[in-house]
Design a protein around this ligand. Sequence first.
Ligand code: MG
Length: 463
Amino acid sequence: MERENKSGTSTSQKRKQLFGTNGVRGVIGKDMTPELVFTIGRSLGDMRKGHLAVGRDTRTSGEVLINAVKAGILASGCEVVDCGILPTPALQYIIREHFDGGAMITASHNPPEYNGVKIIEPDGTEMDDEETIKLEHVIFSRSHETVEWHEVLPETYAPHLIDEYVTAIVDHFPEKPGKGITVVVDPGSGPACLTTASILREMGCRVLTVNGVMDGTFPGRLPEPTVEGLEVLSELVKQSGAAFGVAHDGDADRAVFVDEEGTFVEENAEFALIAQTMCTKRGVIVTPVSTSKIVELIAKNHDCSVVYTPVGSIYVARTMRSLIEKRSDVIFGGEGNGGLIFPCHQFCRDGGMTAAMMVKILASEKVSLSRLIKQLPERHMIKDKIRTTEGEKVLRMLRSVYAGAKTDETDGLKIFRDDSWALVRASGTEPIVRIIIDSPNIAESRIFYQELMEHILLIGKTS
Ligand code: MG
């Protein structure tokens, strides 16, 4: 079973057996089956009685699984509304506006053979750890009762609700900042084919698309928007004189960019650039411990502060909500992977909103995206993973090696030194230790990385 949760550090995360940080995922026919999704639907219906909404991305297995989850929900006595193919943030927005919860059939950035389920709460956020553990109890209890014939409620279709999501984003930009700006959109054959180009056109942009036809075989590129996968997008941006190119992952809760020269914008720099625009007043930015210090540097420049969370967008979204309840001025949040959360819009990652915000930035700054990125503080990251079954032992040994250093254990072990940090996290689901180094320059990153690797390899030899 593939799980997006890679940390395995939080107690509640460990207690989850089926779900990762962003839902449950697996390979179709192997560990992701219609039977499992039916049971998830039935258990969700048992737990969240009411009016539930479902949607899916473009994967070929989507139709089978959405019918399975709908059958489960209906069998539990709930009413279900099928919103059709749409981005995860679109379903989240629709649920917040109209429903008592629901489920999204998606495997996000995973390859085409995967699919999965994300559970959405009435407020549009993904289900938190505590509620997910309760849902798993219901799933594993196998004590579901199918409602009697006269208690079964109807299924309805509402594919038009996606328009409300598009309009909600466009309404954040009444000045139509896109006039005179050309953008190339790469929805990667996913559900953003139905939304991002429309959003940007309604903002006044001239829009070209690549991989703009929905296709669950993903003929143009894989659902993960990597530098290699975005070569066609880059070329089209250069040839068309576009201001930038934007690409989404398989369910469009993330957006990544290429600048006007066709160069990939590293996602932490994207986060920092957009944070710079969001920091118009004193406030708080929320992000996981794995995000580059570039965001903190931008925040400081604008008299803002950063609150760090465990790795996973749900922790960012929930922390934003709880800080707001404590009357903190939370102005922005997100992860260093193109998944950004705009509290003025909704408390989940939103790729369409992120693309729209980039148009606003370019319209107001009146310089190129490449120039804006060059003006940001310089940071350099190394990301690596090591295969070992001794993850917890590695962390224990590193704690003693770096006992005198400033450290943080929000998620894994984060070691601070001068202007650099290193994060070491043992996966809870795979025999892997993940390492991230973040420094002001490549030389310091490499030195810190080498030092860390020497300790880790030594531990490997002594274990
Ligand atoms: Mg995603």
